[in-house]
Design a protein around this ligand. Structure first.
Ligand SMILES: Nc1ncnc2c1ncn2[C@@H]1O[C@H](COP(=O)(O)OP(=O)(O)OP(=O)(O)O)[C@@H](O)[C@H]1O
Ligand SMILES: O=C(O)c1ccc[n+]([C@@H]2O[C@H](COP(=O)([O-])O)[C@@H](O)[C@H]2O)c1
Length: 209
């Protein structure tokens, strides 16, 4: 992928220094109501000002042959977000990466004063140890994991959660996560949505109406 510096600047949503910003990376293939629900849940529980949905050019660990084109996923995500605090970005395509560690490096370099928190569902914590430079991600910014049955126990028993065990905050410290020095993470329970993009796709990869 070729980086496009002008597109990258445009793909960083507006923010003010000091803002607490949650980053929800995803395939959004298609976006669904749980993306909005977990974003609002994180806004409240973590006392965030914004959530940026980073629409991925393609998850490096997923089969992307039936992935809808980026523009379609970004457009559908904008329609689904329906909240002025949630902003949709295709930053990763603009900076030419599929890897979260690169995205976070870029944002930390280019957004002085922003206080970022990485947000992901429990299914992603379960395989976080397979992400490129995952330990660097964990030492770069605080992380909030949203419970997502049936992945709960698999996630908490997985190598990343075990390695980072001593940096886990109690649920009642959620409002302080964005102020914590990394590594620091929390597992948020209380919102359990069974929704998934998989359930909204046909076998050929097209989206159900
Ligand atoms: N119902 C949910 N509960 C908690 N987290 C969720 C839920 N749906 C999606 N997420 C999280 O949102 C982020 C983006 O998810 P993604 O766009 O891959 O949707 P998905 O429903 O997980 O897709 P798929 O079914 O294709 O794997 C991921 O971190 C994922 O774990
Ligand atoms: O950086 C990696 O190696 C990596 C591996 C797997 C997933 N991710 C990111 O995890 C986020 C969630 O992906 P997904 O497909 O579950 O929505 C998305 O931003 C992906 O780019 C990142």
């Amino acid at each position: 992928m070729t980086p496009d510096p002008v597109a990258a600047r445009r793909a960083v949503p507006a923010y003010s220094p000091g803002m607490r910003i949650g980053l929800l990376g995803g395939s959004f293939n298609p976006p669904h109501e749980a993306h909005r629900a977990i974003s609002r849940f994180a806004l409240t529980r973590l006392k965030l000002d914004r959530i940026w949905w980073l629409v991925s050019p393609g998850n490096p660990l997923k089969d992307v042959t039936a992935l809808r084109e980026l523009d379609a996923r970004v457009g559908a995500a904008q329609a689904m977000a329906d909240d002025p605090r949630i902003q949709v970005s295709c930053l990763e395509a603009a900076i030419g990466t599929r890897y979260t560690a690169d995205t976070i490096d870029y944002l930390l370099r280019h957004c002085p004063g922003a206080r970022f928190v990485w947000i992901m569902g429990a299914d992603n914590l379960a395989q976080f140890h397979r992400w490129q430079r995952w330990q660097r991600i964990a030492t770069s910014l605080p992380i909030a994991v949203i419970d997502r049955p049936p992945a709960t126990f698999r996630a908490l028993a997985a190598p990343a959660a075990q390695t980072l065990k001593r940096y886990r905050l109690a649920g009642n410290a959620a409002a302080t996560l964005a102020d914590r020095a990394p590594p620091s993470w929390i597992f948020l329970t209380g919102l359990k949505s069974p929704l998934s993009s998989t359930s909204l796709r046909n076998p050929d990869g097209s989206w159900k109406k």
